[in-house]
Design a protein around this ligand. Structure first.
Ligand code: GRG
Length: 295
């Protein structure tokens, strides 16, 4: 296994353990809710956002425990978004991370509650003193994640996406949609370490620039996988964008130009990290991995 994959696997193990701990079983009657939360959040996914948190935290000598908790919080929000996005009222998907979606394995009402509980648990985790000894830092983390996940970020992007279903969008509109829908959470993942490490503005600025380009490259790769990947590889239905007549980077630019654009964004992302030493090497490498991945 190469060093990047090893580091990603190690971050995934760390975050899995923290997720297990914060979702410990309850007795009946809430047990079903905890089962559905664990089903949604444990044992799957690339854990990319947690990896970004851990690597960002590594730039500022943040304790592994703090980084793990922030990483778990962002993964909880990500998992909630997947559960709700898969619901019949949204994307209506049966397969996620290679297994039946939460509303298929449980039921719709339970899936809604599981998403609600995962989202709120993220803020409980961040605001706990174990995440950081300084309450001001915890408050900054909570505010930044709330902004990234809410109407000014992911949920706002999802609304634009729904509203765009019946009309053409140009490349500028798609870029804005994706910056909110997937970019905002990736942005928080990249900056969380700087918040935990109480880094200076130039460091925040560099990580924001990196995250911006990384988020777009990630989305282009996701669009390409929807066209070129198989359900077996990606663990979810493919070909959905075309079936729904959705405008994407790939439908507008074509696969070749989209791939070129992603490669250019990866180079640009790495350039933002010039102010950091070799501690940022995995962040440089993961940008490349993101566009080459097959899942
Ligand atoms: C429903 C509130 C709400 C928001 C939904 C992010 C999102 C907004 C929906 C997810 C649906 C989706 C497929 C978005 C495209 C990009 C994306 C977030 C893919 C999934 O992320 P990965 O590839 O997934 O990191 P894993 O499973 O590896 O964690």
């Amino acid at each position: 296994m190469d060093a990047l994959k090893q580091a990603m696997a190690s971050a995934a193990v760390d975050v899995e353990a923290t997720l297990q701990k914060v979702m410990e079983s309850e007795d009946e009657p809430e047990r079903r809710l905890f089962d559905s939360m664990r089903y949604a959040a444990l044992g799957g996914g690339k854990r990319l956002r947690p990896f970004l948190v851990m690597q960002g935290a590594g730039l500022f000598s943040v304790s592994r425990k703090s980084a793990r908790r922030a990483a778990a919080a962002i993964e909880l929000v990500h998992c909630y978004s997947l559960v709700h996005d898969d619901l019949p009222a949204m994307d209506d998907d049966d397969l996620r991370r290679g297994k039946p979606t939460v509303h298929k394995a449980f039921d719709e009402a339970t899936a809604i509650l599981a998403g609600d509980a995962l989202l709120t648990l993220a803020f409980e985790v961040l605001s706990h003193p174990d995440t950081h000894s300084n309450p001001e830092v915890r408050c900054m983390l909570v505010a930044a994640l709330a902004r990234a996940a809410g109407a000014h970020g992911m949920v706002g992007g999802q609304m634009i996406d729904l509203a765009a279903a019946d009309r053409e969008m140009d490349i500028g509109e798609i870029t804005r949609l994706q910056r909110l829908k997937t970019g905002a959470l990736i942005g928080f993942a990249c900056e969380a370490g700087a918040i935990l490490g109480q880094a200076g503005e130039p460091q925040h600025e560099a990580l924001r620039g990196y995250a911006h380009d990384l988020g777009l490259a990630f989305q282009i790769a996701d669009d390409l996988l929807d066209v070129e990947g198989t359900a077996e590889e990606v663990g979810k239905a493919v070909g959905k964008d075309a079936d729904q007549g959705k405008a994407t980077f790939v439908s507008i630019l074509g696969p070749e130009r989209a791939r070129d654009q992603a490669t250019m964004l990866v180079e640009q992302a790495a350039a933002h990290l010039a102010i950091f030493d070799e501690k940022a090497d995995f962040l440089r490498k993961v940008a490349q991995y993101i566009v080459e991945r097959r899942s």
